[in-house]
Write a protein that binds this ligand. Structure first.
Ligand code: ZN
Length: 325
């Protein structure tokens, strides 16, 4: 989540990190070559070298066609990814090698599920400097071009201060596990894209870039963008954004026994949903309040509440279902 009052500080810190990386000579060209496209073959193993980032699992995920027992629940799968991002990669400020490494890791996860995955680099120039970040965009290679379009999004960069477990490995991991769930059990009559946004913390830059790139045809069929951001620490779910979608999310959380807060105005500029709302596109932020370790070194995986990941994953899937025509 973006803290507006800290944009200047965060920006300069990120740029210092980016500068030191550039002087280290780390190339960005490796990711420009990363876009890949594969057929829908859920469970295909990939070999891009990022698998060592994944926490060891006592039981490998079963092939969907060979399931004899149900797969681990979303909360457990997402927790593994939170640890991969927050513990193994660690702090992931915009423009750094760690941010690029996280993008490659996420691209590999999504590719292995059968999605067509593009890692899309973009240049940015903010007040204190410039650099290169990237969005990771996964879509069905046979996406129906006339179906209502939904973006399930989460930013994967962090502030330099800490490993960003809640902000926002929690949302990123949940987005990836929703993608896995929908690869196993697709929802018909809706086109879903899963987007990991880069450089959110220095001004929602990845989502602005994504919205700028949307075709006119995609804008016409655009039904909902979700920003899943900081969903796993605190006492209460919170939603903000387009009122009709906030009502749906609130109803679902209420049915699960939670009492969500409607924080549409407070959250209006806090996360990537703002880039879609600014373009007149329906959007919602899925969030949780309050995280006392927000933007600190103590935003660690140990604080992540896996029940919250499960709830928000369920809500994201429910909203996709409602968006289907
Ligand atoms: Zn943040």
């Amino acid at each position: 989540m973006l803290l507006l009052g800290l944009v200047m500080i965060v920006t300069s810190a990120c740029v210092r990190a980016a500068d030191s990386e550039r002087s280290g000579g780390s190339p960005v060209a490796d990711l420009t070559a990363a876009p890949t496209s594969v057929g829908v073959t859920p469970g295909v193993a990939s070999s891009g070298g990022f698998q060592e980032l994944l926490e060891a699992s006592p039981t490998p995920l079963p092939e969907p066609t060979e399931q004899v027992a149900p797969p681990p629940p979303l909360r457990d799968r997402a927790m593994r990814l939170v640890r991969s991002l927050a513990d193994k990669i660690g702090s992931r400020p915009a423009g750094t090698t760690a941010e690029r490494q996280a993008a490659g890791f996420l691209a590999e996860e999504l590719t292995a599920m059968g999605y067509a995955v593009d890692v899309k680099p973009f240049q940015y120039a903010v007040r204190a400097g410039s650099g290169t970040s990237q969005n990771v965009v996964a879509s069905d290679p046979e996406e129906e071009r006339s179906a209502p379009l939904v973006v399930v999004g989460a930013h994967y960069d962090s502030v330099p201060a800490g490993p960003g477990a809640n902000d926002n490995a929690s949302g990123t991991a949940t987005m990836v596990e929703v993608a896995r769930e929908l690869a196993w059990t697709p929802i018909p009559d809706v086109a879903v894209r899963f987007v990991a946004f880069g450089a959110e913390e220095i001004g929602l830059l990845g989502s602005k870039e994504y919205v700028r790139d949307l075709s006119d045809a995609d804008r016409r069929r655009f039904t909902l963008a979700m920003s899943i951001d900081m969903i796993s620490v605190g006492a209460q779910p919170a939603f903000g954004g387009s009122e009709a979608w906030v009502m749906e999310a609130t109803a679902h959380a209420g049915a699960e026994g939670y009492r969500p807060a409607n924080l549409s105005s407070y959250l209006r500029r806090m996360s990537d949903h703002a880039s879609f709302l600014d373009a007149g596109l329906p959007a919602i932020m899925l969030h949780w309040v309050d995280d006392p370790q927000y933007h600190t070194a103590f935003d660690v995986a140990e604080n992540v509440q896996s029940d919250s990941l499960e709830l928000m994953g369920d809500i994201a899937i429910e909203l996709v279902r409602l968006a289907a025509r």
